[in-house]
Design a protein around this ligand. Structure first.
Ligand code: ZN
Ligand code: ZN
Length: 364
């Protein structure tokens, strides 16, 4: 049994959080919740043991966990920096009003987020920004679950914005400690599995506490996002390689300078997004607002995939062994092989035909 658990650590983690989800959604959620500190401790031990365990590894983790814990003690007793809140009694033993498990939670999240970023070739500042943003996204999903199950309680029922701002800054600072102190990049750690299995836990539980109205908004954002892939494909194939070729041409031939004429399309697509956000929010956040948000998210995804990952206009992430990213990059490079207006192929960005994936596998 022990050998199976060690060999399949990734699966063990996923199954543990799946069991957690089922337990939390079951009628025995109150009893099940008492296992949360134990679960966090298990995740911490598994995560750390996937690194080369030495003094430096343990000390860095303990420092991050202690600093996270100290900030929480400050937070609970003064209302700074997060806002005014208290911890419930379900997270295990407390010291100065803060459950010890919360310290472990900071340690796990920070080491795991930093672990994901370590393999990217970028400077620590950029990687810190991305890592802290991942953890901010995490907290967005963690808050409703924590409030619902009484892990902690906010003075004014809604979560104050200071919580998210402080959370981001602290995450950034703690990630820098991990980068500075634990400089070794271990080949295969459980960092991404930890983030994904915890993210799965919190997103599923958050989704279950949404009203039908929340679901409708999310569907509009997601629907717009995917529809934009179609719009981008259509515009690329029939307009950019058609009447608007004069704007797109320089993207198919090497030019000097940072900007291309082709960047005009970012402005063009920003207009409907901005109009949606502006008029939608003025009309009391009606569905226009969420359409604008979907377009904005697509723009950000397009920027990260096309400008950063494929064309390397910013030297942020250069390597990815992920088959999906490798495939969409290869598909787009095939599009660029043709430098003329007509006769090209592969006009999509995030969605490419299935045979490109099978080819990537063959190429290895
Ligand atoms: Zn093109
Ligand atoms: Zn391109």
């Amino acid at each position: 049994m022990k050998a199976i658990l060690i060999e399949n650590q990734d699966w063990t983690l996923f199954i543990l959080s799946l069991v957690g989800i089922l337990g939390f959604l079951s009628p025995w959620s109150q009893q099940f919740m008492l296992l949360t500190p134990l679960y966090l401790l298990t995740v911490a031990v598994m995560l750390l043991s996937s690194y080369k365990v030495n003094m430096r590894r343990m000390l860095t983790f303990m420092t991050i966990a202690s600093l996270g814990f100290a900030v929480e003690v400050l937070g609970v007793s003064t209302g700074f920096p997060f806002g005014t809140y208290w911890y419930g009694n379900v997270m295990g033993p407390k010291v100065w009003g803060v459950p010890l498990a919360i310290g472990a939670n900071w340690g796990v999240l920070v080491v795991a987020a930093a672990g994901i970023m370590k393999n990217w070739r970028a400077n620590n500042f950029i990687k810190g920004i991305l890592g802290a943003t991942i953890l901010l996204g995490f907290d967005l999903f963690m808050e409703p679950v924590a409030v619902k199950y009484g892990w902690w309680i906010w003075e004014n029922v809604s979560v104050p914005w200071t919580n998210y701002a402080a959370w981001w800054v602290i995450a950034f600072a703690l990630i820098q400690i991990e980068f500075k102190w634990h400089t070794k990049t271990d080949r295969k750690t459980l960092a991404s599995t930890v983030i994904f299995s915890l993210a799965m836990f919190f997103t599923v539980l958050t989704a279950f506490s949404w009203s039908t109205d929340t679901w409708r908004k999310i569907l509009i954002v997601a629907g717009t996002f995917f529809f934009m892939e179609f719009v981008a494909w259509f515009a690329h194939k029939y307009l950019m390689h058609g009447p608007l070729w004069f704007l797109h041409r320089d993207h198919h031939s090497k030019t000097d300078g940072f900007f291309e004429r082709n960047d005009a399309f970012f402005l063009i697509f920003a207009i409907p997004s901005w109009l949606g956000l502006q008029f939608g929010s003025m009309a009391g956040f009606n569905w226009w607002f969420y359409v604008g948000m979907g377009i904005l998210f697509y723009g950000i995804a397009y920027f990260l995939v096309h400008e950063v990952f494929i064309h390397q206009r910013f030297k942020w992430f250069r390597n990815s062994e992920n088959p999906y990213f490798k495939t969409i990059r290869r598909a787009h490079k095939i599009h660029h092989k043709n430098t003329a207006k007509h006769g090209g192929e592969s006009f999509g960005m995030l969605v490419v035909p299935w045979n490109y994936f099978t080819e990537t596998k063959k190429l290895g």
